[in-house]
Design a protein around this ligand. Sequence first.
Ligand code: ZN
Ligand code: ZN
Length: 103
Amino acid sequence: MALELRPNCELCDVDLPPSSEAARICSYECTFCADCADGVLHNVCPNCGGGLAPRPIRPAHEWRPGLSLAQRPASTSRHLSPYSRDDIAEHTARIASIPPAER
Ligand SMILES: [Zn+2]
Ligand SMILES: [Zn+2]
């Protein structure tokens, strides 16, 4: 099972191509840009409440047989958060001060 590598930030909808170093994900692969992750979400996933980490970049080159971006392409299915900005602000305020390992 590989990461989907979702194509956009689920909050501001900016493009996050598979080579982006700005992509952040939670353990369920909810995906956000670094600006939203740091400036709006304060390391709280608005969907699950977990922490966010840099998304690994899948190699474009096939260094091992069958394993490359061409063999396992990124998802093209765009997701957007179903929650309002007010709801997310409340959710974040409730959780952000708790370290991810204790949530
Ligand atoms: Zn964003
Ligand atoms: Zn999540």
